[in-house]
Design a protein around this ligand. Sequence first.
Ligand SMILES: [Zn+2]
Length: 369
Amino acid sequence: MKELRKMIVVLLAVLMIGGLCIPQTEAEAASTVKIVYKNKTKKYSRKKNSVYINGKKKGISKVPTFYKEGCYVGPASTIFKTKGLGVTYKDKSHKTLTLTCNNHQVVMTNGKVNALVDGKEVVWDTAPIYAKYKSSGQKRWIVPLKDVSLALGLGYKVAKNVVWIAKAPEPAPAAPATKSKVVVVLDAGHGGSDSGAKGNGNYEKTMTLKILLAAKAYFDKDPRFQVYYTRTGDTYPSLEDRYKLANKVNADVFISIHINSFKATSTGTETLLSRDRNEKTRKGNISSADLALVMHKGAVASTGFMDRGLVNRPNLKVLKFTNMPACLIEYGFISNRTECIKMNAGLNKYGKSLYDSLVAFMKSKGRIS
Ligand SMILES: [Zn+2]
């Protein structure tokens, strides 16, 4: 009797667990897809059996789109060969895939995150692959849909859980009014409890703030810019606060203002950047190296100090974790008495020069008129 009761309990438990599991498994199966690539089968989630192209729903249940490494991916031929998109499709024996549209060209290599867009190398989050949909047995180039669409000048969005791709309307001729504001995060180094370098009776935090406030006076009057400041008083935002602000507002550039310190004889202006992340942080035609060079030249011209050049400092947090072109200017040495006196007399000028340099830079890049 005892044994029988035990068996019933076990049986009930099995049934209950089974009962709970079945709907879950079904739901999971409904939204996952198995892909065979290089003889390995992998399961992916967020399967979608349709895609909207030029506003029209297209059923793709045999070769659905799905989510892979942070991107929606889908069958390149089924989607991009759709009439009306105007994409030319060239598959070279499943090794490379070249798509051309709107005078743009994308060359993808099977299994490589590096692609060529208009002849320039870019790195995507997920690699295009030539692979098989396990359930239907169909083989396709499966490519990141947003990256490819944008590279080809096509419209792309994910709305109501569906991927939309469309032949974007002809771009309007560039007019100042239609250009979006340049978003800048300007950072005055140190502050509050962190005085930064000290020397010759001066605090770095006070000097960096003066430069920032001088630049702010110009930026705030200029409708072409939307500038966020990590601080405008004697406060201490953490390094994390600083780069997080820049990432949150999706800044076009991040510029940090500092004063150097070493020996009493040390001299000169230098600008730090992360060369290692130059491509990763690139935004359109602007890279950290471009930004750093122009801002550095402006800073050297305004200080009149020795040009110490650009310095690769990949481990500084504000250069390591910012997702956009970023640089950090060290105007001069607080530890050098002569330089410190000159700096104190020139802080307002440095701020104006920072503003002027960024305006000239953004003009040269076609971001503002
Ligand atoms: Zn500093």
